[in-house]
Design a protein around this ligand. Sequence first.
Ligand code: ADP
Length: 354
Amino acid sequence: MGSIVIRNVVKRYGRGAKANPVIHGVSADIADGEFIVIVGPSGCGKSTLLRMVAGLEEISEGEISIGPRVVNDVEPADRDIAMVFQNYALYPHMSVYDNMAYGLKIARVPKPEIETRVQKAAKILELGALLERKPRELSGGQRQRVAMGRAIVRQPQAFLFDEPLSNLDAKLRAQTRLEIQKLHNELGVTSLFVTHDQVEAMTLAQRMIVMNAGRIEQIGTPEQVYSKPATTFVAGFIGSPPMNLMAGQGDGSRFTLGGTALSLPSAAPRAGALILGLRPEHAEVQPEGRWPMKVEMIEMLGAERLIYGRLGDALFTLRVDATLTPPKLGESVRIDAPPEHLHWFDADTGQRVG
Ligand code: ADP
């Protein structure tokens, strides 16, 4: 019913010789009831893709279906979707109740039905005590909840969220993230959520679509994307601090970078130019470790410390438990990593090879 299918979709802004392609043929299947996050750096085309699903941008090529219907030529108002934007633009002169009821009034939904839907949404969002207030009498988080309430009362086939949390401060963002999860657990409505924030993506998504420069790099669960990134782009984008990515030459159980040969805990998948990836949390300081690293900087984050140094000519970051005694600046330590945490990528294409 509320599935969304995106098939070979291309978007070009402008026409003829001036046409500027920004989405280069993307496909994705979103199941009914799924919570999907589209994540990628600013300008990669996330909002454009979402806006094509919403009907706010024309589709240059390809096809988008919502439920059983191809919606390429269906007006936004007839697509049976509800959008929540970053800029939630409530009507300042209307009460919370009227802000939520307004769309339904316009759609000529009978009054008792409006009352039922608004009360139900208010209960889910814990807005019951605020229904008579004006938006200016609400906190930022409460306003965002009203914006969500407005979407919920429409009982759409899908919710489309365009960076709805980016105007909130960090604490409120974390709290609202939990509320959105709870909401999805209760309502089970298909959701497409756009963000540039990989933490938001990891915590909210059932599956995530990682985009870069108008293309999909990977679609998968947060676990899949974190543990088996399909490309160096995904490896560097998901995870904080990002995965260490080191370009060098593989040769059996050795990897040479900048003239330094590192012995490997397991053989490289093939010989030649490769990129070795290792997450900061998967390397550790060990007296018998295989690789020497000179410590250049240390940051204390509370529960953990980040230790920065150099492996061969590559910068390397380790994330270690803060209860462990840290090395000293300038000290040479030995580090190691279990073989299952090594990631290998083709040096030219950036594609995962092992
Ligand atoms: P994101 O949401 O990932 O930040 P957008 O989808 O907003 O990215 O933009 C993708 C690309 O399309 C960007 O390069 C942007 O400059 C371009 N773009 C967006 N809207 C328009 C427009 N109306 N006209 C021309 N180019 C646009």
